[in-house]
Design a protein around this ligand. Structure first.
Ligand SMILES: [Zn+2]
Length: 342
């Protein structure tokens, strides 16, 4: 029913490192068990991640230029009109939520997560994360109460420059839309298809199979089941938190956010041990009507510069024009290491 399909291809070279003797190099092609989208596992061991010192970015000059640092945030970030948010912005703990001045959609908000300009992973505590995600959810619920024709609710996060984040000051992006984007749309379509064909929820099945096989099953945290993706989207793999009992934004209470942030802080401990200091996050909620086949889920894709001298990004023609992700790591070996941090 759920297949983890893969194929291996081999290249033969005469290797200059070993006196031009014959050498076989393997590439593995994997197919996502839900969408069928392919990806490659190749270049193993070709990227050595190095620690980056963030403290050099946290200067008075950088803070004074940053729109998210106090006191700038109150002066130069926009407000929502009163019919959306009577106070213009939402506040919770250190989080301030306001409209993106360069929106991606009709409702496109930013949730600045901290007063501090630079927040290395170890400072992203449960409290900081919870306040930011809760503020994002509160905003999505307010919008859903006013706009019933925007079914798709998404929270995304570009953390640190390799992820494409333009500002190091940590901030979530919150989107309510009638346009889910390609991946979310594909996940919804295929989840529905699976449900209609097998009369089962794909995600519940995936969690139980992964738990049984115990190759990519990281562990559980409250209501969340955490996995290393079989067919990862990023060069350093991809991690998923699936919440089978939680579906739309209205199912999400503070306990669910506690479970989510608990999973994230454990994942971040692993990231720190591996010198992973940047990532993209997508948190997707079921639209109304999709509760039977689509649970809330978070995907975390680590990002990196390929090296620190020229700082090439980790996305090249393979991903851009072939739309083919490739990873230099094995999800199974990442998962085995991750378990000791869980
Ligand atoms: Zn700042």
């Amino acid at each position: 029913m759920i297949k983890f399909s893969h194929k291996k291809v081999a290249t033969t070279i005469l290797d200059p490192r070993e006196n031009f003797s014959r050498k076989e190099i393997k590439t593995e092609i994997r197919y996502d068990p839900l969408t069928g989208a392919s990806c490659r596992l190749a270049h193993f061991g070709m990227i050595t991640l190095q620690k980056v010192d963030f403290s050099s970015w946290d200067t008075p000059e950088n803070r004074s230029r940053c729109p998210f640092c106090p006191p700038n945030i109150e002066k130069i970030t926009p407000c929502f009109p009163p019919e959306i948010l009577p106070k213009g912005r939402l506040y919770r703990g250190e989080t301030t939520l306001f409209p993106n001045i360069s929106p991606y959609d009709q409702y496109s908000a930013l949730a600045v997560m901290s007063h501090e300009h630079v927040m290395p992973l170890k400072k992203l505590s449960r409290r900081i994360l919870k306040d930011a995600f809760c503020a994002g959810l509160e905003f999505l619920k307010i919008v859903a109460g006013k706009e019933t024709d925007l079914p798709y609710h998404i929270i995304i996060w570009n953390y640190m420059p390799p992820s494409g984040g333009g500002l190091v000051h940590p901030h979530l992006q919150i989107i309510a839309s009638e346009f889910p984007g390609n991946l979310f749309r594909k996940l919804l379509e295929q989840s529905k298809h699976f449900y209609l064909e097998h009369e089962q929820n794909y995600w519940e099945k995936l969690c139980s199979i992964e738990k049984k096989q115990d190759k990519r099953f990281i562990g559980e945290r409250g209501k969340g089941c955490w996995l290393a993706s079989f067919a990862p989207l990023g060069i350093l793999g991809e991690f998923m938190g699936i919440f089978p009992e939680i579906h739309t934004i209205f199912d999400v209470d503070e306990n669910a956010i506690d479970d989510l942030t608990d999973g994230l802080v454990h994942l971040f401990k692993y990231f720190r041990s591996e010198n992973i200091y940047s990532f993209n996050v997508g948190l997707f909620f079921a639209p109304s009507g999709a509760q039977k086949y689509f649970p809330m889920q978070i995907r975390i894709v680590p990002r990196t510069f390929l090296n620190l001298s020229e700082r090439p990004p980790d996305i090249n023609a393979l991903q851009m024009v072939m739309q083919e992700p490739f990873a230099v790591v094995h999800p199974e070996s990442q998962c085995a290491k991750l378990k000791s941090f869980w």
